[in-house]
Design a protein. Structure first.
Ligand code: ADP
Ligand code: NA
Length: 332
């Protein structure tokens, strides 16, 4: 009974990585024309839950929009906008702050990771982050959200908020949104440590491939990526206990639109001396057009602002009636 609608977002909190591309952006583009409306957002209100320099943030919001478009998100097929320009997100987040329980928030592993030891000193927004994320999704009554593995717990909390709201007010107002965590790149790992996810916040630049890296930097990072000395097996099963090797094979597969077993069929019995240059070639081939398009979009910031403004108007039209109905249900 809910219109099939896909929502997802990315924070403008730093340079985007291959993890963001394979786990999110590439899939966002692929979901266009799948029969669901697609709504994509640069979530700047999430970014400011940790300190952001205002001028750098302004720049990164535009870079985020450029990355979406360079990855194939078409602002005519999808709604592409910046969260803070559609005030319904923040308003519904407040309503959800009264639905969600404090204990739910303290259980979030991302809060524990980001707040660190001195969690009393974290911003209140960092704790409430998942209620805003629930609002981002449910203000469109979105039915599905493509995300990486790391967002699974937040998506469960979104469903908990929707279910509690529906139960408390005896309505079927919000859908129980499905996470779309699909494909072989839902958790791209660091190139330096197979137990950590690739992240823009990792202090080691060698741990990640940035969407702005040039061909030489990409090739060098892949050459230096941690691996082992064993030859590659004929199927992904054989890499169960070799996280670094498995990560590189999964990256290859995701970039080349193949299965890991198809990749391994080609490299069976060979070592990383043969595999890494081939991976570098595939990575450069996939990423260099994106890097180039991003910089072309960035050459015209006024056009980016125009696209985001248009997207915000369209998002606002969808969100406002749902917010108004929510307030009415609550007696506001
Ligand atoms: P980050 O986690 O890099 O700070 P965001 O929180 O803005 O970035 O996440 C944007 C999207 O990118 C989310 O859907 C997230 O799950 C996905 N993502 C982030 N890092 C990875 C990764 N290493 N592998 C797969 N997906 C990822
Ligand atoms: Na994340």
């Amino acid at each position: 009974r809910f219109t099939p609608r896909i929502f997802s977002g990315i924070q403008p909190s730093g340079g985007l990585t291959l993890g963001n591309y394979l786990g999110a952006l590439k899939r966002f583009a692929a979901l266009q024309g799948s029969g669901s409306e697609t709504i994509y957002c640069i979530v700047d209100l999430h970014a400011i839950t940790v300190w952001q320099e205002p001028d750098i943030l302004r720049q990164r919001i535009r870079e985020g929009a450029a990355a979406f478009m360079a990855s194939g998100v078409d602002p005519r097929q999808s709604i592409l906008f910046n969260q803070s320009q559609v005030s319904a997100h923040a308003e519904l987040a407040w309503l959800f702050n009264t639905v969600a329980r404090v204990g739910w928030m303290y259980r979030m592993t991302q809060f524990k990771d980001k707040a660190g030891k001195n969690s009393e000193n974290a911003s209140l927004g960092l704790l409430a982050y998942p209620a805003l994320m629930a609002a981002d999704i449910l203000v469109y009554q979105a039915t599905a959200v493509p995300v990486g593995e790391d967002q699974k717990q937040h998506l469960e909390l979104t469903r908990d908020i929707a279910a509690k709201f529906n139960h408390d007010y005896k309505v079927e107002h919000f859908p129980l949104t499905e996470p779309l965590i699909e494909g072989v790149a839902t958790r791209v790992m660091s190139l330096r440590d197979g137990s950590k996810k690739m992240s823009k916040s990792d202090p080691s630049d060698a741990s990640r491939i940035n969407l702005t890296d040039d061909a030489d930097a990409i090739a060098q990072k892949i050459r230096k990526a941690r691996t082992d000395a064993e030859p590659l097996p004929g199927s992904i099963e054989g890499l169960k206990d070799r996280p670094e090797a498995r990560n590189l094979v999964n990256i290859f597969a995701a970039l080349a639109d193949q299965t890991p077993d198809q990749v391994l069929a080609r490299f069976e019995g060979q070592g990383f001396g043969a595999f890494k240059p081939a991976l570098a070639e595939v990575a450069v081939e996939a990423l260099s057009p994106i890097t180039r398009k991003m910089s072309e979009f960035m050459d015209d910031p006024a056009e980016i602002d125009r696209i985001l403004g248009d997207g915000a108007n369209r998002a606002d039209e969808l969100a406002t009636p749902i917010l108004e109905r929510t307030k009415e249900i609550m007696g506001l």
